[in-house]
Design a protein around this ligand. Structure first.
Ligand SMILES: [Zn+2]
Length: 277
């Protein structure tokens, strides 16, 4: 599969990467262009930058949707750019950045990818420095994008990037296609309501092209369905706990049958138990 940008709206592009099925975005305005997420390490970021430069020579601005390494460790390739993220993203990166690095490096070594392990070790974690706490518009010249945070979900600081004039939104990992929603840092009881708030947001009114953090571009109905699945999971976990189930495995076995993998249930169970204490 050749890596190319796919234009999903006027001047709005998505680039899907084989690694993790990750989606990055590019929104081109008359004066500036916006890159959404920067991939996993410096070389990956440089490659993304070169690809963006094939589309536009305008000044680049960057948004990180959240602090997971695959969305922001490529920031070092964009250090000339204004990099936007939620305040909580920076706090999370300061707290977990080196730990995330250790974990991926170990994973790469276990799977015989020494060269990538070294590249990740050598990558400088560049923190976003344009910090967002409430809805923020970015003027790209002739078009505005909207950065929205509607509560906790995949993390405590997910930002989505709306491009209202094109009817597109980049949802980060709040929406996941082709795999279960990732629960390791999630707030299972708040994720569904957060998706509902986004679906109802004025800036996203009628927007029907949703770009997930990973996987195929989806529509509004897919996002509504994902909200239902996550709400069902949260509700079931509550019931199972009320029934006196103890421990992660009790929660997992009580929540089977919702169409989610055991690993997803296990991650969600760990989170639900952590968040109760
Ligand atoms: Zn993530």
């Amino acid at each position: 599969m050749e890596l190319t940008w796919q234009e999903i709206g006027p001047g709005v592009h998505v680039r899907r990467h084989e690694e993790l099925n990750l989606n990055c975005g590019l929104v081109v305005g008359e004066e500036r262009a916006l890159v959404v997420d920067t991939r996993s390490y410096h070389q990956h970021g440089m490659e993304l930058l070169a690809a963006a430069r094939e589309v536009t020579d305008r000044e680049l601005v960057v948004v990180n949707t959240h602090a997971h390494y695959d969305h922001c460790f490529g920031n070092s390739a964009f250090r000339d750019s204004q990099i936007y993220a939620h305040t909580g993203c920076v706090e999370d990166l300061m707290r977990t950045g080196e730990l995330q690095r250790e974990q991926i490096v170990a994973h790469m070594r276990r799977t015989d990818r020494e060269e990538i392990a070294r590249d990740i070790e050598a990558t400088e974690i560049v923190l976003p420095f344009y910090l967002v706490e409430e809805d923020t518009g970015i003027d790209l010249g002739g078009r505005d994008v909207q950065l929205l945070h509607r509560g906790r979900g995949h993390t405590d600081h997910d930002l989505v990037v709306g491009v209202p004039d094109a009817g597109v939104v980049f949802a980060g990992d709040l929406v996941e296609e082709g795999a279960d929603p990732h629960m390791e840092d999630a707030f299972p009881h708040e994720w569904g309501p957060t998706l509902r708030e986004l679906l109802a947001a004025d800036a996203l009114d009628g927007v029907d092209v949703w770009v997930p953090g990973h996987g195929e571009v989806v529509d509004r109905a897919f996002v509504e369905e994902q909200a239902v699945v996550i709400e069902r999971l949260a509700e079931r976990m509550g019931e199972v706990l009320d029934d006196g189930a103890l421990g992660v495995e009790g929660l997992v076995s009580g929540c089977r049958g919702l169409g989610l993998a055991d690993q997803t249930l296990r991650d969600a169970a760990v989170r639900v138990l952590e968040l109760r204490t």
